[in-house]
Design a protein around this ligand. Structure first.
Ligand code: ZN
Length: 156
């Protein structure tokens, strides 16, 4: 199996069997996000503890396979991480989709790295980039308690 096939398989798997797709217990932050160009909607539930660690994170939503897979991958990758680390992972992910930068995060396992990289292919499709980044932007909205919905068509 070549890398491209492996990446497709990972996205398909997360799209079909999304991880953490529920309302997690005891969440203390939440935000909604919308990608009007594709119709993707996501609602992030975040439990950030006193030590600023992501104790739990989950999502609900509906949308294309990429948006669901990306939300699933995001929650799986960020769960259990310090908020500062989570922020770095997010920045790395956005850069990877923007200009193809390599991921530079020490705290990820090889599996997690591969899983995140599986979404790198959407870089060639600007419309799909919005599907892939929606949940990640919405996570930041939840963490920063922004009142407005995350919207891929409005600058933050
Ligand atoms: Zn989409």
């Amino acid at each position: 199996m070549d890398l491209k096939e492996l990446y497709q398989e990972i996205i398909l798997d997360h799209g079909k069997n999304p991880r953490n797709k529920k309302r997690c217990k005891g969440f203390n932050k939440q935000a909604e996000g919308h990608n009007p160009l594709c119709g993707d909607k996501v609602h992030i539930f975040l439990k950030l503890n006193k030590e600023k660690k992501v104790e739990d994170i989950s999502f609900e939503g509906e949308g294309c396979a990429i948006s669901i897979a990306s939300a699933s991958i995001m929650t799986e990758t960020i769960k259990g991480k310090e908020f500062n680390v989570a922020k770095k992972i997010l920045e790395n992910f956005l850069n990877m989709l923007k200009d193809g930068s390599k991921l530079k995060i020490n705290s990820l396992s090889e599996d997690q790295n591969t899983t995140m990289k599986s979404l790198s292919g959407v870089k060639q499709f600007p419309m799909r980039v919005k599907c892939a980044t929606l949940a990640w932007h919405t996570f930041m909205h939840a963490a920063e308690e922004k009142k407005q919905k995350a919207n891929t068509e409005k600058a933050d």
